[in-house]
Design a protein around this ligand. Structure first.
Ligand SMILES: C[S@@+](CC[C@H](N)C(=O)[O-])C[C@H]1O[C@@H](n2cnc3c(N)ncnc32)[C@H](O)[C@@H]1O
Length: 333
């Protein structure tokens, strides 16, 4: 039993059943025992490999997206990149290294709620624990953030929607019916996952922007019916989300239809592979291949960087992996 399992059981013994979303919040973000506070990290040696952690290519292409949006906004003197759920700041490092055209105007704000992750952010950026208040002109970018925000399963009991709670039964933490839910679709389903925190985040992101674009890259679905809760531990699928609280990552696919219903429909939805193609990944790979072909025999640094770029592009565009991620964009102004 983890320290957090004990803590949640003690709380249930005193208060009675706890809302499911509260337990997920504790499991991921309890200041001492939560998965992310304990150092659950993205990276090659971490618990999962995200696109920015594959290598510098992803950040280079996000830098291109920044330049295009800066152009669309009329090249303002100040252009803000809100890097939401920034993790250890790897994306900021890659964007800096790519030297986008907008660099003189660029203010990179890395928003990360974990203090341990913020401590790793590079110099030269603004590192903060919560979304800035706008209005700003710029890009709000969230890679694999929304699937890590808390969610609330909603169940249909005797024809009524109720929020799920967590209770103790036969010595285990299990899901049970709780108080009446604020919302529920009228489509004959028995239950769904309410993504109220993701909706609040999107609302906030759109409000921060006077002009610009919100880009969300994540596991996503356009219909909530088959959204499932998944857990990950050390690059492998984990177990029951209510077991060993704090020891595994807990995620759900982002339900874009629900975000559309609650806040706003995205202006465009593509896969990550398609998005990276529009940003010119193929030209960069061709350049890498030329570098590798020119210097492979000598094994020089340029040649190795060229080969590495080819491999990164394969991983980022893999139709069975990161390439299948959804990129949803909302344009403001
Ligand atoms: C799966 S990681 C992704 C990190 C990074 N974007 C990447 O792609 O490598 C999600 C990060 O979001 C952070 N996070 C979760 N909720 C947050 C919030 N409301 N505001 C800011 N950061 C948050 C977590 O602490 C974690 O570092």
């Amino acid at each position: 039993m983890t320290p957090l399992d004990r803590l949640v059981r003690e709380r249930i013994a005193i208060e009675g059943p706890i809302p499911y979303a509260t337990v997920i919040e504790l499991a991921l973000y309890h200041p001492e025992h939560g998965f992310y506070s304990r150092g659950g990290v993205a990276g090659r040696r971490g618990d999962f490999l995200t696109s920015p952690e594959v290598g510098p290519l992803f950040g280079g292409l996000v830098a291109e997206a920044l330049d295009r949006e800066w152009d669309r906004c009329g090249r303002p003197d100040e252009f803000v990149m809100v890097d939401a759920g920034a993790g250890p700041g790897t994306l900021a490092r890659s964007i800096g290294a790519a030297e986008p055209r907008c660099r003189e105007a660029l203010v990179h704000v890395a928003v990360e709620r974990s203090e341990a992750q913020r401590a790793q952010h590079p110099d030269g950026i603004r590192s903060v624990g919560a979304m800035p208040t706008g209005p700003v002109t710029g890009l709000v970018f969230a890679n694999e953030l929304l699937d890590n925000l808390t969610f609330q399963p909603v169940l249909r009991v005797d024809g009524e929607w109720v929020d799920a709670v967590v209770e103790v039964r036969d010595g285990r933490l299990v899901t049970g019916p709780g108080p009446a839910a604020a919302d529920g679709p009228d489509d004959g389903t028995d239950g769904f996952i309410a993504q109220r925190a993701a909706a609040r985040w999107l609302d906030e992101a759109l409000t921060v922007l006077e002009r610009g674009r919100v880009i969300v890259v994540d596991y996503a679905r356009t219909s909530g019916a088959d959204v499932e809760v998944r857990t990950y531990r050390g690059h492998e699928r984990g177990g029951d989300p209510l077991a060993d609280l704090g020891s595994q990552d807990i995620t759900v696919d982002v339900d874009l239809e629900q975000l559309a219903r609650r806040i706003r429909r995205p202006d465009s939805v593509t896969t990550q592979a398609e998005w990276l193609q529009t940003l010119g990944v193929e030209a960069l790979v061709d350049e890498g291949r030329d570098q590798w072909n020119a210097g492979a025999a000598g094994g020089g640094l340029d040649a190795l960087l060229g080969r590495s770029r080819i491999r990164e592009a394969e991983a980022l565009c893999d139709p069975d992996g990161l390439g299948s991620f959804t990129v949803a964009q909302w344009v403001v102004g």
